[in-house]
Write a protein that binds this ligand. Structure first.
Ligand code: MG
Length: 399
C-alpha cells in the first residue's frame, strides 16, 4: 500500500539536527515533504534549503536588512515569514503532519505549543521546551491526541524499549552519558578548561550550546528532566550511567529485573529517522553497529563531585513549577557567557545553582508564567556573570 506523503515542518532546519532530517527527506521524497523550514538567522543556508526542498513556507526569526533579495532568491511557491513568531506562524500555516523541533533553547517552546494546537505529531529534539514546560506540553499533547516522539538519542532509546510494555512494570529507566571531553581530566583542571577544549566532544558532533552542556553534564541534567516528563517517571526511578562508547543509549529495567537496552552507533540520524518514520521503520540504516569491532563496553556511576550538574536535574523534578524554566534560562545565559569568554568553565554550574536556589518558584504555571520565570532567571544569571567578572578584573580604584 502506498503511504500518504508525510508533511514535516522543520523548526531549526539549518542546524545539525535539521540538516540530518533534510538528508532523510532527500533520500525518501515519496514519504516526506518539508512543508516549512525555519531558521534563526542563517538566511543563505535557508534559501539554499528552500531551493532544494521547495517548502510552502520559510521562516527567519532575525532576518538581515536586505529582505527583498531574500524574497527574490526563494523559489516560486515558497512564502517568507519573518520576526520572532515566524517559526510559530510557519507551523500554524503549513498544515504539517509532524513538526520537528530542532532548534536550541527556550525559543522552542512557542513552535512546540503551536504544533500541538494544529494537532501535528511532535518530534522533539528541543529538550529545553520539555525542561521548561513539560507540565504544560505533555498534558496538552495528550489531550490533542498527538504522538510525542523524542529525538534525543537517550529518550528515543527509552521510547523504543518501552514499546509494548506497561508503564506500571517499569522499575527504573537509565540514560547514558559519554562523560564529555573532560571525563578523564583531574577535577581541578576542568574548572579552567578553554572554550576550544570544551567544544571538542569525543563521540557526538553537535552545535556549540549542547556541546558545552555535554561538557558540564548539564545536558544530562536536562535529559533527566526530559525523561521525567516524556515517560511520567519520578526522579527516584531515573538513573544515569557514564558510558564512554555511546553505544547503549538508554535502558529500561522492569519490575522482574529484566533490562531492555537500545543500542546503535553514535549517530543522531538514527533517532531522527525513528521519529520521522514512526510507527514504521526506515528501510535504510545510518551506520550499522559492529559489536565485535567495538569489543568492550564500559559503564560507571555518576560521581557527584565531578558531575555537580546532575543533582540539579533531580532537584528541578522535585521542586516542580517554574524550577525547570529557571534552570534552563540560567544555564543558557551562563553557557553564552562562557562561549563569549566572560566566565570560566568552572563557573557555569555554580551560577546556575545559585540562580535556582535563590529563585522564588511558582507552582501555578502557564506559558506566560514560564516565560517570565525564564526572563528573570536570565537577568539573575547575567548579574552573577557581571559580579564574577568584576571580582576577576576589578575596576581600578578611584584616587
Ligand atoms: Mg542526548
Amino acid at each position: 500500500m502506498l503511504e500518504r506523503i508525510r508533511r514535516i515542518a522543520i523548526i531549526g532546519s539549518t542546524g545539525s539536527i535539521g540538516r540530518q532530517a533534510l538528508e532523510i527527506i532527500a533520500s525518501d521524497r515519496r514519504r516526506f515533504h518539508a512543508c516549512a523550514l525555519a531558521a534563526a538567522s542563517s538566511a543563505d543556508k535557508l534559501i539554499e534549503q528552500a531551493r532544494a526542498f521547495r517548502p510552502e513556507f520559510v521562516a527567519l526569526a532575525k532576518p538581515p536588512a536586505d529582505m527583498a533579495s531574500i524574497a527574490a532568491a526563494l523559489p516560486d511557491g515558497t512564502r517568507l515569514l519573518t520576526g520572532p513568531s515566524a517559526a510559530e506562524d510557519a507551523v500554524r500555516q503549513s498544515r504539517p503532519d509532524m513538526v520537528l523541533t530542532a532548534l536550541v533553547g527556550s525559543a522552542g517552546l512557542a513552535p512546540t505549543l503551536a504544533a500541538i494546537d494544529v494537532k501535528a505529531d511532535l518530534a522533539i529534539a528541543n529538550k529545553e521546551s520539555l525542561v521548561m514546560a513539560g507540565a504544560v506540553v505533555m498534558p496538552t499533547a495528550k489531550k490533542a491526541g498527538i504522538n510525542v516522539l523524542p529525538v534525543d538519542s537517550e529518550h528515543s532509546a527509552l521510547f523504543q524499549c518501552l514499546l509494548g510494555h506497561r508503564h506500571r512494570d517499569i522499575r527504573r529507566v537509565v540514560i547514558t552519558a559519554s562523560g564529555g571531553p573532560f571525563r578523564d581530566w583531574p577535577i581541578d583542571r576542568i574548572q579552567s578548561a578553554s572554550v576550544q577544549q570544551a567544544l571538542n566532544h569525543p563521540t557526538w558532533q553537535m552545535g556549540p550550546k549542547i556541546t558545552i552542556d555535554s561538557a558540564t553534564l548539564m545536558n544530562k541534567a536536562l535529559e533527566i528532566i526530559e525523561a521525567h516528563w516524556l515517560f511520567d517517571v519520578p526522579a527516584e526511578q531515573i538513573d544515569v550511567l557514564i558510558h564512554p562508547e555511546s553505544i547503549v543509549h538508554g535502558m529500561v529495567e522492569f519490575r522482574d529485573g529484566s533490562v531492555l537496552a537500545q543500542m546503535g552507533t553514535p549517530s543522531m540520524t538514527t533517532p531522527i529517522g525513528f521519529a520521522m518514520y514512526y510507527p514504521e521503520r526506515a528501510a535504510q540504516a545510518w551506520g550499522l553497529l559492529d559489536l565485535a569491532k567495538v569489543g568492550t563496553l564500559h559503564f560507571s556511576a555518576i560521581d557527584p563531585a565531578r558531575h555537580p550538574a546532575i543533582a540539579l536535574g533531580y532537584d528541578v523534578i522535585r521542586r516542580g513549577g517554574t524550577a525547570g524554566a529557571v534552570l534552563n534560562g540560567a544555564n543558557e545565559t551562563a553557557v553564552a557567557a562562557f562561549l563569549d569568554g566572560r566566565i570560566a568553565f568552572g563557573q557555569i554550574i555554580p551560577i546556575v545553582r545559585d540562580v535556582l536556589n535563590q529563585a522564588q518558584l511558582t507552582s501555578e504555571i502557564d506559558k506566560d508564567v514560564l516565560l517570565a520565570a525564564d526572563a528573570l532567571a536570565r537577568r539573575r544569571a547575567d548579574e552573577r556573570v557581571e559580579q564574577l567578572q568584576q571580582s576577576t578584573h576589578p575596576r581600578p580604584a578611584r584616587g
